[in-house]
Design a protein around this ligand. Structure first.
Ligand code: ADP
Ligand code: MG
Length: 339
């Protein structure tokens, strides 16, 4: 019998991984913004052209990379963020899988410019389809600039599958909102086709929400705050009278990471019971903090799902806290009916 199994070449393996990590331009935006956050940046700029189909560039003022690290960062499973399996249950960074840059470099033209605080000169690397085409010293400021051009240039099926510029831009803005809301203490800017879309200065959670969604949002917010040993809840719900007929603003963050959870959404929705008009949705910006050891985020490559050790307890506390906050701020009669 002849043997027929062989190891896939790196660029093929990277392209397969890219299929999971990079669905659309917005996925690249998310990965690059998160890397900039992990690099302790205080100012992050996102530059997009043609809904990210032509260019996605993220400029940060973070810790930068050494020349060796800059080259290694594009290897699959290369990460500075974890060292052992134990670290998976004690995560303090957005990234840890070490596959975003390798995946992106497999399906786009990528240019990286980076410099650390203590190196005199920086590094520039260009990569196309996992192949390094250029690497040389470059005079740059401290921090990292990554430019991702011509996404899916070598996967026509994926490129053709992209939606209209309007739709893809919407997805990009959603990702931008998620990261910017989770990090109000970081300054963010976004440019699309040369025009300013967002200028978000250093601020707090409330001000960041208002800066993103407009001044009218200020009066709509009801603060939520509760703390036990297991869970800390902070943030805002939108007053029921302002609830929209579309899903609108629904944000959960767990340890500063945006997550999707129909289970927690249910907890919030039922806390609004009796307060919303027919067909209206609860709106919320909720920041949950839990012990990193009590969650598992390594469920899906995009890390928007999470597993809590004790999700029932979190559900109950979230629901009770929001009921309480709404009770303090809204007109009593409807709530009394609930008791
Ligand atoms: P991960 O974020 O999961 O570690 P990535 O492929 O996104 O994997 O990045 C690989 C590595 O490259 C990171 O662990 C980090 O050390 C480095 N890196 C990526 N982006 C930046 C950045 N903007 N600033 C500094 N280092 C970066
Ligand atoms: Mg990353």
């Amino acid at each position: 019998m002849t043997d027929i199994i062989q190891l896939l070449p790196d660029h093929v393996a990277n392209q397969i991984a890219a299929g999971e990590v990079v669905q659309r331009p917005a996925s690249v935006v998310k990965e690059l913004l998160e890397n900039a956050i992990d690099a302790k940046s205080t100012s992050i700029k996102l530059v997009v052209k043609d809904a990210g189909k032509t260019l996605i560039q993220v400029i940060d003022n973070g810790i930068g990379m050494s020349t060796t690290d800059a080259r290694l960062s594009f290897e699959r499973h290369a990460t500075s963020k974890i060292k052992s399996a134990d670290d998976l249950f004690n995560l303090h960074t957005k990234g840890f899988r070490g596959e975003a840059l390798a995946s992106i470099a497999a399906i786009a033209h990528v240019e990286l410019k980076t410099k650390t605080e203590d190196s005199e000169i920086g590094t520039k690397i260009t990569i196309e389809g996992s192949e390094v085409t250029e690497q040389e010293p470059e005079v740059v400021a401290k921090g990292t600039t990554i430019s991702v051009k011509n996404l899916f240039y070598n996967i026509p099926a994926r490129r053709n599958f992209l939606k209209s510029n309007n739709v893809e831009t919407r997805h990009i803005i959603d990702e931008f909102h998620r990261v910017a809301l989770a990090h109000p203490q970081v300054e963010f800017n976004m440019l699309h086709n040369g025009s300013n879309v967002f200028n978000l200065p250093y601020s707090n959670e409330r001000q960041r929400i208002v800066n993103i969604f407009g001044n009218k949002m200020n009066e709509k917010l009801v603060p939520v705050s509760e703390e036990t040993e297991m869970l800390k809840i902070n943030g805002f719900v939108i007053k029921p009278e302002y609830a929209k007929k579309s899903r609108g603003e629904q944000f959960f963050f767990v340890n500063n990471r945006f997550i999707k959870s129909s289970y927690l959404h249910h907890a919030v929705s039922t806390a609004f019971e009796g307060l919303l008009k027919d067909g209206a949705y609860a709106g919320y910006f909720l920041f949950l903090e839990v012990d990193t050891k009590s969650i598992d985020i390594n469920i899906h490559p995009t890390k928007t799902e999470i597993k809590f050790d004790d999700e029932h307890a979190i559900y109950a506390m979230l629901r009770a806290t929001i009921k309480h906050s709404l009770g303090q701020f809204s007109i009593a009669p409807v709530l009394d009916f609930e008791k």
